[in-house]
Design a protein around this ligand. Structure first.
Ligand SMILES: CC(C)(COP(=O)(O)OP(=O)(O)OC[C@H]1O[C@@H](n2cnc3c(N)ncnc32)[C@H](O)[C@@H]1OP(=O)(O)O)[C@@H](O)C(=O)NCCC(=O)NCCS
Length: 188
């Protein structure tokens, strides 16, 4: 059984981030340029750690398994576009390699970040947006309890094809995590 934890990213995570940047599906889903040179990615990562945007909470997703008893970084989860006045933010979940996808990691990490957003940061609304072809992310959002609120038709071009973008939202009172999942980890 996997254990999933969230923690701040640190400089020694750079090697993993470089590995993920070579996964085209990951880059396309997350708006990263495909094939970005390692030096540019490193510059971006150093800036992110030293001078993080004030409206972003980003946490690394770490799994602990018999193969990785000390924990293994497999992706990250964000609350971005944090708006303290409106008490809202946008969720993003990204698992770096196909081998770690489809095992419940995104679900556990997403629930933990929702808990931090609603319980610790005092948010009242969390949104998400996903391309129509990303059925995995859409299923994940719906499993977490997000409500489909709208569709931006033919809104973004990906690999030469205009795609619809699905807009999801969850209000604080709609967050009902399943019992038996330990959620609270500090957002600080
Ligand atoms: C999308 C992503 C975050 C989902 O995380 P994950 O860890 O793979 O998903 P989980 O294993 O937690 O699965 C949660 C739910 O998603 C759905 N799901 C998982 N794998 C799926 C697949 N291959 N096809 C369709 N739905 C799938 C299921 O509803 C699943 O619930 P279930 O196992 O009870 O059926 C992850 O696959 C990923 O990072 N992909 C690449 C980048 C990306 O698309 N990021 C999103 C940007 S908006």
């Amino acid at each position: 059984m996997l254990e999933v934890h969230l923690r701040p990213l640190v400089m020694s995570d750079l090697a993993r981030v470089l590995e993920w940047s070579r996964d085209e599906a990951f880059c396309l889903a997350n708006g990263w340029p495909v094939g970005l040179p390692a030096e540019q990615l490193q510059d971006w990562f150093v800036r992110l750690l030293n001078n993080p945007p004030v409206d972003l909470v980003r946490r690394g997703i770490v799994v602990t398994t018999p193969a990785y008893p000390a924990g293994h970084l497999v992706g990250f989860v964000d609350l971005r576009e944090l708006n303290p006045l409106e008490k809202r933010a946008r969720l993003r979940v990204a698992i770096g390699e196909e081998a770690h996808r489809g095992q419940g990691v995104g679900y556990a990490a997403g629930l933990k970040m929702l808990e931090q957003g609603f319980a610790e940061l005092g948010l009242e609304r969390i949104t998400a947006r996903v391309h129509s072809s990303n059925t995995r992310m859409r299923s994940l959002l719906e499993k977490m309890g997000f409500v489909l609120e709208g569709i931006l038709r033919q809104h973004e071009t990906r690999q030469g094809i205009k795609e619809d973008v699905y807009l999801y939202g969850m209000l604080r009172e709609e967050f009902r995590p399943p019992e038996g999942i330990r959620l609270l980890e500090s957002a600080q």
